[in-house]
Ligand binder design. Structure first.
Ligand SMILES: *Cc1c(COP(=O)(O)O)cnc(C)c1O
Length: 372
């Protein structure tokens, strides 16, 4: 194979590593925050029917505007948030990652800057870099929270073209107060993107940034069907914003970017929102169980509004990651010293994780050569 360096690759991509959460074939996979509950049979039927109906028209390009899907998504957002969202405010793409990429293509680019607050979603800096946009990191407090005054100061001093806020945040799990979003918005003339991939898992009382959209044309809320809707394999993400933002994305999107099969599949799933989201309460229960039991083991657990928990207070996170994997449980080493992130899966998976964790900690505590 030709070494990559022999190709006339862009200078800023040389030496970069691709996104790579391990995809390992182990019994308990809790490393990418998917919904572990398999697609319910009635949704499988509906998807197959929808795809069958679409199949005879595959000689034609799909609806470039995905109008029917956007109307369905607007209805879902309106019903679930209580804030009216119109179809022309919604845009859909292949995962919210593609939505984010289109946002950076339209509002970032060479000579422009995006500001995020890490630790946060690892794809924000990666998509920023691949779009030729400079990345600035505002960091977080010791407890991973963000303070509205500090965020506004950082936004003002950086003068970014795009600000990323993630709520609930990945990998920490905590939702942001809307005061942080309001403060960031007021401090910039750039775009403010609130990544709400985990919104459906938030604890009661958490407010969505959707409520802030009226009168804020530079505010964007991104969502996904990959997490709560248990549809990661279909690749459907979307945003809600001022219709002018959607106009901007039309300038950069590839024609017919969202396949007819994807649109049909997503619409069939949305017609079964109730059954798909019925697992959310179970997942939240397992999440709260992880937080409680991890604390009983003397470890730390960051309060979570998402479908995962960031476990802290670990002596050697990479070693523990390997010990859990040896017990058939795959979690995520997000590169934060002393921390591992675990997805809340089914009750059985959660039990497997907690059992493996107890065993691994006991083995680590036992003096060398003495069986635990
Ligand atoms: C998982 C995740 C996404 C989802 O990306 P898709 O491309 O929609 O699958 C987006 N943002 C955050 C913060 C995530 O953790």
């Amino acid at each position: 194979m030709t070494p990559l360096d022999d190709l006339p690759l862009r200078d800023d991509l040389r030496g970069q590593q691709p996104y790579g959460a391990p995809q390992l074939d182990v019994p308990v996979r809790l490393n990418t925050n998917e919904n572990s509950h398999p697609t319910p049979p009635e949704v499988v039927e509906a998807v197959v029917e929808a795809v069958r109906a679409e199949a005879s028209a595959l000689n034609r390009y799909p609806d470039r505007e995905a109008a029917a899907l956007r109307a369905d998504l607007a209805r879902y957002l309106t019903a679930s948030s209580g804030h009216p969202v119109r179809p022309e405010q919604v845009w859909a793409a292949n995962g919210s990652n593609e939505v984010l990429q289109q946002l950076l293509q339209a509002f970032g680019g060479p000579g422009r800057t995006a500001l995020g607050f890490t630790p946060s979603y690892s794809m924000h800096p990666i998509i920023t870099a691949t779009s030729g946009t400079a990345w600035a990191d505002g960091g977080r407090r010791e407890d991973f929270t963000l303070d509205p005054v500090e965020v506004a100061d950082r936004v003002r001093s950086t003068a970014p073209d795009v600000v990323f806020l993630t709520s609930p945040n990945n990998p920490t799990g905590t939702a942001l107060g809307l005061d942080v979003v309001e403060a960031a918005y007021a401090a910039t003339s750039g775009m403010v993107v609130v990544d709400e991939a985990y919104a459906e898992f938030a604890r009661p009382g958490t407010r969505s940034a959707l409520s802030l959209l009226p009168g804020r044309p530079r505010l964007v809320v991104t969502r996904t069907m990959s997490k709560a809707f248990a549809l990661a394999g279909a690749r459907v993400g979307y945003l809600a914003a001022d219709p002018a933002v959607v106009d901007a994305l039309r300038l950069v999107r590839l024609p017919y970017h969202l396949s007819a099969l994807t649109q049909a599949c997503a619409r069939a799933a949305l017609a079964h929102t109730g059954v798909l989201l019925s697992t959310v309460e179970q997942v939240k229960h397992q999440r709260d169980r992880i937080v409680a039991e991890v604390r009983e083991l003397g470890l730390r657990a960051v309060p979570s509004d998402a479908n995962f928990v960031l476990v802290g207070g670990l002596d050697d996170a990479p070693a523990l990651w390997g010990q859990l994997l040896a017990r058939g449980v795959l979690v995520r080493d997000v590169g934060l010293p002393g921390h591992l992130r675990v997805t809340a899966g089914t009750e059985l998976e959660t039990t497997a994780f907690l059992t493996a964790l107890r065993e691994a900690l006991a083995a680590a505590d036992a003096p060398a050569g003495v069986p635990a």
